[in-house]
Write a protein that binds this ligand. Structure first.
Ligand code: ADP
Ligand code: MG
Length: 233
């Protein structure tokens, strides 16, 4: 099986000389299609830096990253953003929904530049909303939805383009317990349907849903525990 993520000897250094910060110091990581991975670590351990690399939001100082088989190092800014849009569905702590715009239109947004016509676009957005259990809220505005529902709209928006993986950064950081359970239930269901999910979190409750828990400390992976053999050939 071709890995979704294949990272080797990945380093990221901010600044130079005496003030250089070695945020990643040689990360090795392979994630296969269908895996559900949690990345954990203390504040300052390098999680966000790793997310920025995996999400093609920033480039490493050295090392190799193949995203769904494509070598990220060889790409320019424009190619990187194309790859990012095609391959990754981002979910952030803040939902970043467009206000005064329906849930359906929010989910449709990533498809606007895809060349799809309005009809098929709408159909795909509705299918994505159905996957997160929000068919009956399609016409609602973000401020008419609970936090958990808003984050589920954001998840639908992330998966509507059919990305190779969902990459979530503290997706439940702004949610209460009930909403957290709601969103984690959606991740569970999507993964059961074969979606690759990578979630950065400091919450044990979130990590408990993943099938593989990776711990980062001081810029390196110090633990990598598989709980179930999901997505592993
Ligand atoms: P985490 O997300 O686990 O809290 P980060 O990846 O944000 O960790 O940070 C790892 C290290 O890199 C920290 O020492 C942090 O201060 C440093 N760092 C992060 N981003 C930058 C930046 N843009 N410039 C300089 N140092 C940074
Ligand atoms: Mg961080």
């Amino acid at each position: 099986m071709k890995p979704v993520i294949a990272v080797s000897a990945l380093r990221k250094t901010y600044g130079a000389g005496d003030t250089a910060v070695h945020a990643l110091r040689g990360v090795e990581l392979t994630v296969l299609p269908g895996e559900y991975v949690a990345i954990m670590g203390a504040s300052g351990s390098g999680k966000s830096t790793l997310l920025n690399m995996l999400g093609c939001l920033d480039v490493p100082t050295s090392g190799e990253y193949l995203l769904d088989g494509f070598s990220v190092a060889d790409l320019n800014e424009r190619q990187l953003s194309l790859l990012r849009n095609r391959k990754i569905g981002f979910i952030f702590q803040s939902f970043n929904l467009v206000p005064r715009t329906s849930a359906l239109s929010n989910v449709e947004l990533p498809l606007v530049y895809s060349g799809l016509r309005r009809g098929p676009r709408r159909a795909r957005a509705l299918a994505a909303l159905e996957m997160v259990g929000l068919t009956d809220r399609a016409k609602h505005l973000p401020n008419e939805l609970s936090g958990g529902q808003q984050q589920r709209v954001a998840v639908a928006r992330a998966l509507v383009t059919g990305p190779a993986m969902l990459l979530a950064d503290e997706p439940t950081g702004n949610l209460d317990r009930a909403s957290t359970a709601e969103v984690l239930g959606v991740f569970d269901r999507l993964n059961a349907l074969g979606r690759t999910v990578v979630v950065i979190t400091h919450e044990d409750e979130v990590a408990a849903h993943a099938h593989r828990v990776i711990r980062v400390d001081d810029g390196v992976i110090v633990a990598d525990d598989r709980r179930r053999h999901v997505g592993v050939a």
